[in-house]
Design a protein around this ligand. Structure first.
Ligand SMILES: Cc1cc2nc3c(=O)[nH]c(=O)nc-3n(C[C@H](O)[C@H](O)[C@H](O)COP(=O)(O)OP(=O)(O)OC[C@H]3O[C@@H](n4cnc5c(N)ncnc54)[C@H](O)[C@@H]3O)c2cc1C
Length: 329
């Protein structure tokens, strides 16, 4: 019997399918053919989302399980996890993929726990190994190694992948939509469960990194918060966005939406300028698809130089003010 790959199609707050779900469907087509023609199906939940089912079909999903109901309008882990785990228990997918967004990172493991299976989180690649099993690739040991996570003894094999790692490419085909009845999540609406009342949006400061064609990224090598302000000014004068590595975020110099990497965002700008960034795998896997990469580092052996088009071996304290001044002029 042919195998089944499922992708959960996440609905954003504007009511449309998140780009990461289309990226996953595209990657899942490759996995499906590696499995000798597995079926590719999707799950969809929300309110007023019927037209999005067709969108999923445009990326290769041949069957879409769609739960469309007012009580699913706002994401809440309990009914959503009940819905998806009940569907999976019924239809038995072999592989089930989620976007590693804030919603997917809460929902995926909750579904896995209900199904008594495992989940590889924040993967940087997915492939089918020689035994026909899903191999989920995740940076390990501070990013020095890429580990292969397998879950051969339990089903479904589950993984989440950050937005921007794969590229979404349309491929329409025949499809069917199966409406899901309330029974599938009703057990989670028991008395006492949390109920979302509304959503409050906080607009990000400055241009979001996912939209920027130019990114200026500060690593911990920039040395201090005053230099982070220069990174922001530099990014603004280039019409781009400021981004950071994990240690910069940990210092509290900027907000979370600015971090690039496995636990941050993946980006594909035309130009990435990294200052004081070492090039750890956790960071590099989120930016190595940039068009041109320029790096400034005082260590000639910094790993970031291996993926850079232009390498500047220098002290950022000497480069940053001169760059800012040149752009001001
Ligand atoms: C599970 C997990 C997930 C992670 N996810 C992420 C993630 O999503 N994103 C991320 O970025 N990291 C992530 N990390 C952390 C990651 O492994 C690295 O520790 C981090 O990326 C290093 O950041 P950095 O380059 O700023 O700092 P460092 O590695 O400390 O590098 C600083 C660099 O600055 C250079 N430097 C210092 N002073 C100067 C100067 N004056 N002039 C020029 N160069 C200078 C140094 O030579 C060095 O190369 C994760 C780690 C784990 C364990």
């Amino acid at each position: 019997m042919s195998q089944k790959i499922w992708v959960h199609a996440e609905i954003r707050d504007d009511g449309t399918v998140a780009e990461v779900s289309l990226e996953l469907l595209t990657k899942a087509r490759e996995l499906a053919s590696a499995l000798g023609g597995a079926a590719l199906e999707a799950t969809l939940a929300g309110y007023g989302i019927a037209s999005e089912a067709e969108r999923l079909a445009g990326y290769g999903a041949s069957m879409i399980y769609a739960a469309d109901a007012p009580e699913l309008e706002l994401y809440s882990p309990r009914p959503y996890a009940a819905l998806l785990s009940n569907l999976a228990a019924l239809h038995k997918p072999d592989i089930y993929l989620f976007g590693a967004t804030s919603t997917g990172s809460s929902l995926g493991p909750a579904v896995a726990a209900r199904l008594r299976t495992g989940m590889a989180a924040h993967c940087v690649d997915l492939r089918i190994n020689g035994d026909g099993k899903l191999a989920a690739l995740v940076p390990s040991f501070g990013g020095r190694l890429i580990g292969e996570i397998l879950c051969p003894g339990h089903s479904p094999q589950m993984a989440s992948v950050k937005p921007g790692i794969f590229k979404a490419e349309a491929a329409a085909g025949q499809f069917a939509v199966e409406p899901v009845t309330r029974k599938a999540w009703a057990d989670a609406n028991a008395k006492g469960s949390l109920k979302p009342l509304g959503m409050v949006k906080h607009p990000p400061r400055g241009m979001p990194i996912a939209e920027a064609q130019v990114i200026v990224c500060g690593g911990i090598g920039i040395g201090g918060e005053e230099n982070w302000r220069m990174i922001e000014q530099l990014a603004e004068s280039l019409g781009g966005a400021a981004a950071c590595t994990r240690p910069v975020l940990d210092e509290g110099w900027c907000d979370e939406g600015r971090m690039i990497g496995t636990s941050g965002r993946s980006v594909r700008p035309k130009l990435y300028i990294g200052l004081g960034v070492s090039g750890a795998t956790h960071h590099v896997c989120g930016m190595n698809e940039a068009g041109v990469i320029i790096s400034v580092n005082r260590d000639q052996d910094a790993p970031i130089f291996e993926v850079s088009d232009i390498r500047v071996e220098a002290d950022v304290n000497a480069i940053l003010p001169r760059l800012a001044e040149a752009l001001r002029r």
